[in-house]
Write a protein that binds this ligand. Sequence first.
Ligand code: FAD
Length: 491
Amino acid sequence: MAAAVTGGLAVVGGGISGVTCAEQLAAQFPTDNILLITASPLIKAVTNVRQVSRVLEEFDVTERCSSELEARYPNLRVVRSAVRELRSDQKRITTEDGGEYSYSKLCLCTGAKPRVIVTGNPYVLGIRDTDSAQDFQRRLCDTRRVLIVGNGGIAMELVYEIEGCEVIWAVKDKSIGNAYFDAGAAEFLISQLQADKAATPLTCKRTRYAVDALTGGKAVGAGSALGPDWHQGLNLQASKEFSRCVHVEAETEVKRIFLQEEFELLNMTALPSPKSSSSHSSNPAEWPVYVQLTNGKTYGCDFIVSATGVIPNIEPFICGNKFDLGGDGGFRVDEHMRTSLPDIYAAGDVCTASWKPSPLWQQMRLWTQARQMGWYAAKCIAADITGETIEMDFCFELFAHVTKFFNYKVILLGKYNGQGLGTDHELMLRCTRGVEYVKVVMQNGRMVGAVLIGETDLEETFENLILNQMDLSSYGESLLDPNIDIEDYFD
Ligand code: FAD
């Protein structure tokens, strides 16, 4: 079977970056045929876009039939088959079903896959797409104890949402949520796991911290990847009657995993339930799988969730093609989303942004960036075809992400964790336990990042202050004074 792509523009991947890119190309070149090749039977669609501020946006992601996309863009054709081979020298793609497609310009948007701690172990699960999430839900039904490894967003959402079984959470860092939070914010959030929300006394502290105080570990008082709120449609209630029951093992990693027979043969012993004084303790000798941690502790459990990051999905494309790859294994792309090979672009989780970034932006493999990159890649492809010049899109000026952790609204702006700033910055904090946690990162009197947890209503003002780089030295700590309406202040 052979098919030529009229117009020559092809996109691979039916996730958010690929679909956004293909839609944009179809709209910009209405008389050309655009091809979207995807391994997944359903494609992603962004709906209900809400502009929270100039840079921050929220949206829902739904799965749709590809025919709906084709109906909206008559010049867009969707091929549902995985790409098996890329011949970049001939500008040809072969799919698993034997299809062959030529292209003039190609955008690779094949996402990433979970980096699982071990492969081939039936008791170790990675969560990435609808299928794996449903598999997880099925297993959870009769689970007594699950061990979750990882410290990113997925692990955080799981430990908060799972009910009715014991959760042992193994994190390699000193504190939880290390990709997003410092120890102070982690401390603020972890109290939610113990979950006596109503009884939490409200106190307000406003403090300025030197970086060392935080890094020294002192608490400061305080198919396609799934979409936002991915766990909403899942029932994460295991068999037992009790609610959340989480035990955190910090600064540890998985050393070895044993199946039950092996464990018994080796005559090893496992720890009893960390919550053994409670009514839901279990016999330590009767688990299908055992995990030995690097801190010397061994726990039995029903299964393990490996939520330890992702690896860009590049395999089908690298054989015979000399792509430059980033340190994280993604296709390196320049400021025009171009890979190192002619006429091949990449966007979303599969790429590694390799341009000189704005001082306030960093790549993170998130929905918003997948959408922004897919859209911008299409713009770059169009500009390269028409010979127009194109400026880097404004969305790459400032890192901005809005999400929810432990039922709190969480907004991250700029260098929210002082990323790349070394010790040349200071932090200001305001924390009202159980209500809000506000952290700003200051450098030379200017705001360069912020973490806002809770309904702070500060996002727009802080986004502006970060973008305009106003000298705020004279305001000192009053910047976070809860009695000052900061919006009026900077009007
Ligand atoms: P994907 O969505 O992974 O799409 C890749 C596409 O490529 C798929 O359609 C796939 O079928 C296709 N494909 C792969 N290989 C081939 C091939 N060989 N041939 C053809 N097609 C192929 N981000 C957030 O911002 N907020 C969150 O709350 C959040 N939660 C998440 C929860 C989970 C469980 C996971 C796994 C991720 C989460 N993320 C979250 C990250 C976010 O989902 C990703 O950053 C985003 O989906 C990446 O989009 P993408 O289009 O680059 O890749």
